[in-house]
Ligand binder design. Sequence first.
Ligand SMILES: Cc1cc2nc3c(=O)[nH]c(=O)nc-3n(C[C@H](O)[C@H](O)[C@H](O)COP(=O)(O)O)c2cc1C
Length: 135
Amino acid sequence: MNDIIRAMEERRSIRSFKPDMPAKEAISQIMEAGLYAASGMGKQGVITVAVTNKEMRDRLSEVNRQIGGWKEGFDPFYGAPVVIIVLGRKDIPTHVYDGSLVMGNLMLAAHSLGLGSIWIHRAKEEFERLASAFL
Ligand SMILES: Cc1cc2nc3c(=O)[nH]c(=O)nc-3n(C[C@H](O)[C@H](O)[C@H](O)COP(=O)(O)O)c2cc1C
């Protein structure tokens, strides 16, 4: 079995993270690998943002928790010190598929570097809510 297929088979979602911040280089490598995903008509309309600031990360987690309806104190990011946000351009018809492929790449790249990851949903509602607060 080659390394890529092994990584695909071995990657699993992690729901309990160590608080240690991964090396900046590792985060950059993961994000770059994410953006190499295929995209509809090669439009490459997806961008990714890494949140490493604890205060910002905690605020995102709290909004996510409220949207999910989880009980107070629950961290829907499971203690992860880094949150990588994947944003697609709504004017590109394939933006959801494009973003999903980027997500897949991110998780596999993280796994290949020995880092755990998990896809956390509700970002759409979260950013719609945050955007409306600024309109
Ligand atoms: C679209 C999507 C949304 C997900 N949202 C969440 C989530 O909000 N919280 C969570 O704990 N896991 C979430 N997951 C992780 C799945 O529960 C997980 O991928 C699934 O149980 C399979 O486990 P595996 O990733 O270890 O193969 C999501 C996965 C996908 C693909």
